[in-house]
Write a protein of this length. Structure first.
Length: 85
């Protein structure tokens, strides 16, 4: 399938979904790794010990989802502006 056969709206939607999904996964992994690193520290903080790792992972996933979606929107807008010029 070449670029011309896919409508522009479908390309933008595909880009948005892909970037959001990658952000979701990377945000979750990053938060989970941070939780493990914090728990295995020699002197973990009280905040570290009191945080629920699942909640922290969900927060990281949401942050990654929003960052990925924002990146996709910004990229799509920039590509559209470049095509106009």
């Amino acid at each position: 399938m070449n670029k011309k056969s896919m409508p522009k709206k479908n390309r933008a939607l595909t880009l948005f979904i892909a970037c959001s999904a990658f952000g979701l996964v990377l945000g979750g992994f990053s938060s989970r790794a941070d939780s493990y690193q914090c728990a295995q520290a020699k002197n973990p903080t009280t905040q570290c010990l009191s945080e629920n790792p699942n909640v922290k992972t969900l927060q990281g996933m949401l942050t990654g989802l929003l960052a990925g979606g924002g990146a996709a929107i910004g990229t799509s807008w920039k590509l559209q502006q470049d095509r106009k010029n």
